[in-house]
Ligand binder design. Structure first.
Ligand SMILES: Cc1cc2nc3c(=O)[nH]c(=O)nc-3n(C[C@H](O)[C@H](O)[C@H](O)COP(=O)(O)OP(=O)(O)OC[C@H]3O[C@@H](n4cnc5c(N)ncnc54)[C@H](O)[C@@H]3O)c2cc1C
Length: 382
């Protein structure tokens, strides 16, 4: 993949690999077992500049490109998907919309704090009755003088318990045909009426923080509106395109981590007097999965590259996310199978990898939604 990368990318990749090996890997199993959010890693990630990779230096960012950011998420996910999604949600969903659409004042209020890890950011789009149909937002924001009064709820919000700002969607023009008439508000979770639910108990990503949010007559000032009025759905979709590339990178890293574990075990373990990779049922699947991962890698890096070129990446991001998440599920499933009974025991990291993979075909648009997005783009090209 040398065509995509410069020396600075490889240096960054080495740094993140060392960080993941030295700081994340030793606690990954414990974080998962205890369902503990890795709060202690946030200042370390910030110190290495990993919370600000794609943002300009004027805000304390690294001023690097999407390819660099992709490498960071991929490397973290090889070791711990919970840590990777904490960073990816913070950057792509929490910070990026403010960077893209915020006014000068909004950017100077938040970006430095977000990049320096003073607090995290979250993205409140999904609601109990509006998931794939994200434009079906029921949360409302009604003007009251210069303020807005927000009522409603959000579901499954990553980083919600550790955020200092939450970008949430609400209907501001109920007469407009959905998904129009929706706006984004940047809300301080300390605002009265902002109710944070308990951390969800999950199959995987157990060290990632996921919560429901409820807004009860929550009064926010006029300057909490992100950018312009009534264009919130478009803003969130723009953020999601970048988010999909980061989830694709996460999926790629997890698939690579699973393949590495499967290969190592298949080389060590013997049955019927042979190393188990010598049974074609195992060996051929290792080859097939490695090939699929390589294909996903091309899609993920290509989508990142296109984004850096300022191209429309809706289709490329959806394809990368679809392919990489599906191979992550397959690779982790197979890695457990290769480990036999040991794969089912928590002591072996493939057990965690397997549980962490499933959400990748669901979050930031299910596989079915990615196919709808791809199809729409294909038809547009006719
Ligand atoms: C751990 C986790 C973290 C998350 N983090 C966030 C976050 O930070 N912020 C946020 O806003 N959201 C977040 N989400 C929400 C996530 O994006 C949604 O769960 C996802 O978009 C699916 O929505 P849903 O759960 O309502 O499922 P539904 O939309 O109800 O879908 C149910 C099933 O129906 C299928 N389906 C729906 N519509 C169609 C269609 N038109 N054609 C074909 N099939 C269809 C879906 O693919 C799926 O298989 C998170 C979810 C999880 C599990």
């Amino acid at each position: 993949m040398k065509q995509y990368f410069q020396e600075e990318h490889y240096m960054l990749q080495d740094m993140v690999r060392d960080f993941a090996a030295n700081e994340v890997a030793p606690i990954a199993e414990e974080l998962d077992r205890e369902e503990r959010f890795p709060k202690e890693l946030i200042p370390k990630l910030a110190e290495l500049g990993l919370l600000g990779i794609p943002f300009p230096e004027e805000y304390g960012g690294a001023g690097m490109d999407t390819l660099a950011y992709t490498l960071v998420i991929e490397e973290l996910a090889k070791v711990d998907s919970s840590v990777a999604i904490t960073v990816a949600a913070h950057i792509s969903l929490g910070t990026y919309p403010i960077f893209l659409f915020g006014t000068k004042e909004q950017k100077s209020l938040h970006l430095e704090n977000l990049i320096s890890g003073k607090y995290l950011a979250c993205f409140g789009l999904t609601e109990p009755e509006a998931g794939s149909d994200a434009g079906g937002t029921k949360t409302t924001a009604v003007r009251d003088g210069d303020d807005w009064i927000i009522n409603g709820s959000k579901n499954f919000i990553t980083n919600a318990g550790y955020s200092g700002v939450c970008n949430l969607t609400a209907v501001t023009d109920p007469t407009s045909k959905r998904p129009g008439g929706i706006s984004v508000f940047m809300v301080d979770p300390k605002t009265p009426g902002f109710v944070v639910g308990p951390s969800e108990k999950k199959m995987g990503w157990r060290a990632s923080d996921t919560r429901a949010l409820t807004f009860e007559n929550m009064r926010v000032p006029g300057d909490a509106l992100l950018g312009e009025l009534d264009v919130g759905f478009k803003q969130m979709m723009a953020a999601l395109v970048g988010g999909r590339i980061s989830v694709a990178a996460l999926s790629l890293g997890l698939a690579e981590g699973a393949l590495a574990a499967a290969l190592k075990y298949a080389e060590e373990r013997e049955a019927f007097g042979k190393k188990i990779h010598r049974f074609q049922g195992i060996g051929f699947q290792l080859s097939e999965i490695a090939t699929e991962i390589e294909a996903a890698k091309h899609l993920v890096y290509y989508a990142s590259y296109l984004k850096d070129q300022g191209e429309n990446v809706v289709k490329a991001a959806a394809m990368a996310k679809l392919k990489a998440s599906e191979i992550a599920v397959r690779a982790t499933n197979f890695a457990v199978q290769v480990h036999g009974g040991y794969g089912y025991i928590k002591e072996f990291q493939v057990e965690r990898f397997f549980r962490d993979a499933k959400v990748l075909t669901i979050g930031e648009g299910t596989s079915e939604v990615q196919k709808l997005v791809i199809l729409k783009q294909l038809l547009k090209g006719l």
